[in-house]
Design a protein around this ligand. Structure first.
Ligand SMILES: [Mg+2]
Length: 279
């Protein structure tokens, strides 16, 4: 079903590869088929709580071979945006006796609310994640889901945002699915900051295009040859359209065929699931 000009797939995971702990179809076979067709693969998720290594482990447990570079999270896309928003790193200053002078202020530090996935992504870009006692030194605020959120953290973030610092958010998802139901997601906490500051963040995750752009850069394929596969119209497919890449909706997750057929601009491909798509 995938036309021959497509060279790579950017796959959403939840609702495309698995639902909770249950795989959707025979993933091992599906990925053998993808490999046999010579398609490159990246995995793109709005969930910024886990590191790419953690996703590789999960993929492996479902029989899918992947390397960390193939996994792009909204936390990494947010770190990318933060790196762009911060002043360039200061060149080392050498004193007369040859030692380097202490850097003092002017480092690249942010106040981040998030979990390990976000903190590691920021550090990987050479950005310091400041402890709350040093929040004042921050040059940007980066917010994602944090299951250790406190009023204190929200206060510091709000004060910095009100001061006019760049305000970057991982993803706008209002809820987060759990076996017990939908619990507050990153978007719910971001809404508190938006209400308290009157400012909107720049989003990294879907439906904004940054996450998909980062994945495509790693794949090294042209936009029109990179197919975005997702199960949710208003995030996955909207992001594909914002990024100027073709999109395929699989019906194994959130959105229905009727919703997909009513969606404009038109979705290029609709398939029952990933297996049918790569058949
Ligand atoms: Mg999904």
């Amino acid at each position: 079903m995938i036309p021959s000009h497509i060279q790579a797939l950017i796959l959403d995971m939840d609702g495309v590869l698995w639902r909770g702990d249950a795989p959707i179809g025979d993933l091992r076979r599906i990925f053998e088929r993808i490999r046999a067709r010579g398609l490159k693969v990246a995995f793109a998720t709005n969930n910024g709580t886990r590191t790419p290594e953690m996703y590789v482990e999960r993929l492996t447990s479902f029989g899918v071979t992947a390397e960390p570079w193939q996994v792009v999270t909204s936390a990494q896309a947010a770190a990318e945006l933060a790196a762009e928003a911060l002043p360039p790193p200061a060149p080392p200053i050498f004193s007369e006796n040859g030692g380097s002078a202490p850097q003092g202020r002017g480092g690249r530090g942010v106040f981040a609310i998030g979990e390990i996935g976000l903190m590691e992504a920021l550090r990987a870009k050479g950005i310091e994640t400041l402890p709350i006692e040093r929040a004042d030194e921050a040059q940007a605020v980066v917010v994602g889901i944090d299951r250790q959120i406190t009023f204190h953290k929200m206060v510091e973030a709000a004060l910095l945002i009100r001061r006019g610092l760049p305000f970057i958010a991982t993803n706008p998802d209002k809820t987060f699915p759990t076996p017990r139901g939908e619990i507050p997601g990153a978007g719910a906490w971001i809404a508190v900051l938006v209400t308290a500051t009157g400012r909107e963040p720049v989003y990294a995750g879907k439906p904004a295009p940054t996450l998909l752009e980062l994945a495509r850069e790693r794949l090294g394929t042209p936009r029109e040859a990179t197919l975005v596969v997702g199960d949710r119209l208003e995030t996955d497919l909207a992001a594909a359209q914002a990024a100027g890449m073709p999109g395929a909706l699989v019906l194994s997750g959130v959105s229905t065929r009727a919703e997909a057929e009513a969606w404009r601009p038109k979705i290029e491909w609709i398939a029952e699931d990933l297996e049918k798509l790569v058949e």
